[in-house]
Design a protein around this ligand. Structure first.
Ligand SMILES: C[S@@+](CC[C@H](N)C(=O)[O-])C[C@H]1O[C@@H](n2cnc3c(N)ncnc32)[C@H](O)[C@@H]1O
Length: 270
């Protein structure tokens, strides 16, 4: 829509509170209740506000920013536990995910990881997601819709409902071999055995394993499937900030654990 000489084609608006909390608001006409922000007409209030400018909603002043991956991730709908930028970025780099690739991902969950994969694939990749629980898929697919409607490039995306072990023939209707496979689900061995034959030579599989028994079982399952385990371990992230009396230091707060990661590669035809 054209407003004050400013063209606004965004389907979703990102509004950021001074403390950093991000709200992702659908730009549709009509007064409605928007969780955490109040009752207002999003289109009339936000459309046409340039990025970097303030939007006043009741007592709140929020800054409008473009709907980039970090903002859509921070403001995403959540249900299942999500993979954050620390581990998602490592998966994208270690699997070498880029335009033209075919990537298989299970489970979709809330699509925290999926948004990173879709962003890296851009407009010329194929992304197949798998999820057995419809209540998780509903949330994950809404987050992916926000991303698709916000970015100029988005991969061809297919979603398959079911446990990955049971839907291999559905998956291969879309893509027969994959350059990368990422598994974030409770039981890795049966999933690895099911999907390993779909991995192209040179392609890699990644497993996200919150506890040590999972990473051990994933390692064994990859070896049994004829894959070479390339790396397994954990990434530690330590944020720094300005100290009150000058200088920089690690900020106070939990030094948490997310998951152990495992990367394995198919290096031969089998
Ligand atoms: C922790 S969540 C995934 C979160 C997701 N990676 C994200 O970043 O938002 C794990 C998901 O795996 C799904 N799941 C469990 N068993 C599965 C299986 N056999 N095949 C596919 N998905 C499975 C669960 O229903 C759940 O939604």
């Amino acid at each position: 829509m054209e407003l004050a000489g400013f063209m606004d084609n965004d389907a979703w608006a990102v509004l950021v509170e001074p403390e950093g909390k991000v709200h992702v608001v659908e730009l549709i006409e009509g007064v409605r209740k928007i969780k955490g922000l109040g009752v207002f007409d999003a289109m009339a209030t936000i459309a046409g506000v340039p990025y970097g400018s303030l939007v006043t909603l009741g007592q709140k002043q929020l800054t409008r920013l473009p709907p980039r991956l970090p903002e859509l991730s921070k403001g995403m709908l959540r249900r299942a536990q999500t993979i954050s930028a620390k581990d998602a970025g490592y998966f994208v780099a270690k699997l070498g995910i880029g335009s033209g690739d075919s990537i298989l991902e299970a489970g979709l969950g809330s699509a925290g990881l999926s948004m990173h994969i879709a962003r890296a694939l851009g407009g010329s990749g194929v992304h197949v997601t798998v999820e057995p629980r419809s209540e998780h898929a509903d949330v994950g697919l809404k987050n992916l819709t926000r991303a698709r409607q916000s970015w100029t490039e988005f991969p061809e995306h297919h979603h398959v409902e079911g446990a990955i072990e049971d839907v291999i023939s559905e998956i291969t209707k879309h893509v027969e071999t994959f350059d990368g496979i990422i598994l974030d689900l409770p039981q890795h061995p049966s999933a690895i055995a099911a999907v390993a034959p779909l991995l192209a030579v040179g392609g890699r599989i990644a497993c996200y394993c919150p506890v040590t028994s999972q990473v051990e079982h994933a390692w064994e399952a990859c070896e049994q499937a004829g894959l070479n385990v390339e790396w397994a371990g954990e990434l530690m992230e330590r944020q720094w900030g300005k100290a009150s009396k000058g200088g920089m230091r690690p900020v106070n707060g939990p030094f948490g654990h997310t998951a152990f990661l495992l990367i394995a590669q198919r290096t031969s035809v089998e």
